[in-house]
Design a protein around this ligand. Structure first.
Ligand SMILES: [Fe+2]
Ligand SMILES: [Fe+2]
Length: 271
């Protein structure tokens, strides 16, 4: 299975670039499953239902979230009736929506998509390790599902790496989100799980992690609350991952970064 994962869409710049590129990326790379983290799509904070609908129309199969899940309140009732938008599975019991989703491809193959959130330098939540172990125990990779994609939304690289090694061999892809900067550690782990500790954002990189640099810098100079951060509006770099799996095992054969447009160095997998 060919999978495309795009990191946190930030504001209009990231949202529009991703929406415009998804149909052509799907075709060019022969993508069969598209997962997008959209926790910052709405002006940097949250996701509005109409933006989710636009991403689905552009070809996204599942949308993941993170600590900004509920910044747009309209999303709370929306996730209760739209299973393709998932929020971290380790939110408190009773939280609307679900932490996972099974996507059925047109040819009948199924893929499990999971969203979990780290706890190091993040909000206190239930244990993402134990929660994910319980979730994965319900499926058999290469059996009941052909692929498993886990978006681990976290601040600390150590926690992300520990999480990935803990589930190496049990997922097709474990990809970090939240820091908005792509790391260079993308690899297929020894057990066959593709991993990158952070995929980066889809947004303007002439910024402080997607937000306008002047206002963001002021916050560090003056220890006083400033104006609300605004998303940077220059051309976005689309940052994502291309992963190819073996349907028989569900494990990864290759993992390649995708960086398209904007300021970062460009890279596109050869297929
Ligand atoms: Fe984010
Ligand atoms: Fe985040």
């Amino acid at each position: 299975m060919r999978i495309l994962f795009l990191g946190d869409l930030v504001g209009r710049s990231g949202r529009d670039a991703a929406g415009a590129a998804l149909p052509s990326l799907r075709q060019r790379l022969g993508i069969e499953l598209i997962v997008v983290n959209a926790e910052n799509a709405s002006h940097g904070f949250g996701l509005a239902p109409e933006m989710a609908r636009a991403l689905f129309a552009a070809g996204a199969d599942a949308i993941t979230l993170g600590n900004h899940a509920w910044d747009r309140k309209e999303l709370i009732p929306y996730v209760a009736q739209e299973p393709r938008v998932i929020r971290p599975l380790n939110f408190p019991p009773g939280t609307p929506g679900a932490g996972s989703l099974v996507v059925s491809l047109a040819d009948g193959r199924r893929a499990l998509v999971v969203n979990a959130m780290g706890r190091l330098f993040m909000d206190a939540l239930d244990c993402p390790f134990r929660g994910t172990a319980v979730e994965l125990s319900r499926y058999r990779l290469g059996g009941t599902v052909a692929a498993i994609v886990i978006d681990f939304h976290g601040e600390a690289t150590s926690e992300k790496a520990a999480f990935a090694h803990s589930f190496d061999g049990q997922a097709s892809l474990i990809v970090g989100t939240h820091t908005h900067v792509p790391t260079a550690d993308h690899q297929v782990l020894p057990g066959g799980t593709a991993f990158q500790s952070d995929v980066g954002m889809c947004g303007d990189y002439d910024s402080v992690i997607g937000m306008a640099k002047e206002g963001a810098a002021t916050r560090f100079w003056k220890k006083m609350p400033g104006e609300r951060l605004q998303p940077a509006e220059g051309e976005a770099t689309i940052c994502g991952l291309f992963v190819e799996t073996d349907d028989a095992t569900g494990l990864a054969r290759r993992i390649e970064p995708v960086r398209l447009g904007g300021r970062l160095s460009q890279t596109m997998p050869a297929v």
